[in-house]
Ligand binder design. Structure first.
Ligand SMILES: [Zn+2]
Length: 409
């Protein structure tokens, strides 16, 4: 029924997350944007009424994905990754630059940009690796932020000057140690004004960053966390093949899971991101598995289910997955509000759903969440007014994606 809706204006009616609350309302979508939110619609317009067991939430924004492609297209492509995103209720992503070859030259950056423009089914932004060639060229604006990996951290002092008006992102890890790397980054980023710690996994790291933020209130220092570091600890995967525990940073202790959940609920966490890191099943089940999990399809559902179970507060989930990422990107998404892009996801929570990675849209059929029984099934994903995913099928896939730069207004 929903799939029949085309580019005309239409209303979605039912329970929606508006002004930090779930309320019955009618959302009028005109073109790409939400033009009106009202109690009832009496205008003569195409209406989609959602069922009693469903809710309308802002679509998720995933600031940390690896859509691979290029020399690793057997793991994932921009197309397969972005379709997986839509199936997971995500309509905007930031792609990571450790591709093969890496995004560390102007040529590779322009190629990445063009490939996303041509192939991505979600809106996107790009990270680059620290690169003098790119950072010294003021005409280059195809990237959103600069991502430092472990091997780049020691070069941070050389880049400080070039980075002061840019957004920097850090994979803070020295060997197995996250806390000392967080400390190092905080010590060596005094000239930077906007830094984001990717996938923070340890209670001590959160405390360290928190005390730094209290000391330097004018600085923007963000904490991003992942679904696996929030919900899975080393004990949970102890009896499974090595690939289940192979991720960077490594899985931590139950007390770290609890610290992250608590930090989300008290507002110390800024972003929830999947760190969608696809590999082939053969690789993950091998003797020497590569790090990471493909979680973009299940992240939003897993977190929403935890809200239904009373573990995470719904308003904090929406803040970390929608509101704050949109603010960080500078785009009018992440909130169901008049004048904002109509990026929406409809969840149904009537029936249990069992996570089964063999059915993933992603090329990577592997998940540490396999077998989890959750109650938050994604029915429909809408990006800038267009229904792109509904009841397991994709629609309107020729609808072009936009770069963050085009969405900033
Ligand atoms: Zn990553």
């Amino acid at each position: 029924m929903l799939s029949e809706v085309n580019s005309e204006d239409y209303c979605i009616e039912g329970k929606a997350y508006v002004n930090n609350d779930l309320i019955e309302c009618s959302i009028l979508i005109s073109g790409e944007k939400i033009s009106k939110i009202s109690k009832v619609s009496n205008i003569d317009i195409k209406k989609i009424k959602i069922g009693k067991g469903s809710v309308i939430l802002p679509a998720g924004i995933d600031l940390h994905v690896h859509f691979r492609d290029w020399n690793e297209s057997y793991k994932e492509t921009i197309l397969s990754g972005s379709l997986a995103a839509l199936a997971g209720g995500i309509t905007t992503v930031l792609d990571m630059p450790n591709t093969k070859p890496p995004v560390n030259t102007i040529e590779n950056l322009k190629k990445r940009y063009e490939d996303f423009k041509n192939k991505s089914k979600v809106d996107f932004g790009l990270h680059i690796k620290p690169s003098y060639e790119i950072l010294r060229n003021n005409k280059i604006n195809e990237y959103f932020a600069v991502k430092f990996y472990e091997e780049d951290l020691k070069a941070l002092p050389n880049f400080e000057e070039l980075l002061n008006d840019k957004k920097a992102v850090f994979h803070a890890q020295f060997g197995l140690d996250e806390v000392s790397a967080v400390n190092y980054v905080l010590e060596h980023s005094k000239k930077l004004n906007n830094i984001r710690f990717a996938h923070i996994s340890r209670a001590e790291s959160i405390e360290l960053i928190e005390s730094y933020r209290r000391k330097f209130e004018d600085k923007k220092v963000y904490i991003e966390v992942t679904p696996h570091h929030t919900f899975i600890c080393i004990d949970d995967v102890a009896n499974k093949p090595k690939g289940y525990s192979t991720v960077r940073p490594p899985l931590a202790l139950r007390r770290d899971n609890e610290a992250i959940i608590n930090a989300i609920n008290v507002g110390k966490i800024d972003f929830i991101a999947s760190d969608h890191a696809p590999h082939s099943l053969e690789e993950k089940l091998s003797e020497n598995p590569p790090p990471g999990y493909p979680s973009i399809e299940v992240m939003y559902s897993i977190f929403l289910d935890s809200c239904f179970k009373g573990i995470i507060k719904l308003n904090k989930l929406i803040d970390c997955l929608c509101v704050y990422p949109a603010r960080y990107l500078g785009i009018k998404k992440g909130i169901i509000r008049e004048g904002y892009y109509a990026d929406l996801v409809i969840f149904n929570f009537e029936n249990d759903m069992v996570i089964d990675s063999s059915k993933f849209i992603s090329k990577s059929k592997f998940s540490p969440f396999d077998g989890w029984k959750i109650k938050a099934k994604i029915e429909t994903t809408i990006r800038r007014g267009k229904i792109l995913f509904n009841n397991g099928e994709f629609y309107n896939l020729n609808y072009p994606s936009k770069n963050i730069i085009e969405l900033i207004n």
